[in-house]
Write a protein of this length. Structure first.
Length: 141
């Protein structure tokens, strides 16, 4: 458990990056984990295929909020294709508990212990699943 709540995870929980509303957003998408009570909303601003800005609002456990904070830092400025690749990398990482070969996960590496706690996987993946839904809505698919 101590490695799960590492300093990086707690830093993102206590001092979340990009938390708040986003004036002029292109769309917002809500995600919830009813088992845990986590509720987040991603606020996104796109220009064409590029995610210019992303913020989040909501409430939840340290894992879901830290994961949301990390997501905003990693995905901001990426293209839709790059975002889709990151979503798949993150899912693989959470399932396996180790970074995909040749991928620098940055602060996401602090979530490595989640793979050992299956009940917490939904907490960590909530913002990423919500982002996947946001991309789908944005693309109209």
């Amino acid at each position: 458990m101590p490695e799960l709540y590492s300093e990086i995870l707690l830093d993102h929980y206590h001092l979340p990056r990009n938390k708040g509303e986003l004036p002029g957003e292109t769309l917002s998408v809500e995600g919830a984990n009813p088992l845990c009570g986590d509720e987040i909303t991603l606020h996104l601003k796109f220009e064409g295929d590029v995610l210019l800005n992303v913020t989040f609002t909501g409430k939840g456990c340290a894992i879901s909020l830290a994961s949301s904070s990390m997501l905003t830092e990693i995905l901001m400025g990426k293209t839709i294709t790059e975002i889709q690749e990151w979503i798949e990398r993150f899912k693989e990482f959470i399932r396996e508990g180790k970074a995909p070969d040749g991928v620098d996960l940055g602060d996401l590496a602090a979530l490595a212990g989640i793979a050992k706690l299956p009940v917490r996987v939904k907490c960590a993946t909530l913002p990423w699943s919500t982002m996947k839904e946001a991309i789908s809505r944005y693309k109209g698919t």
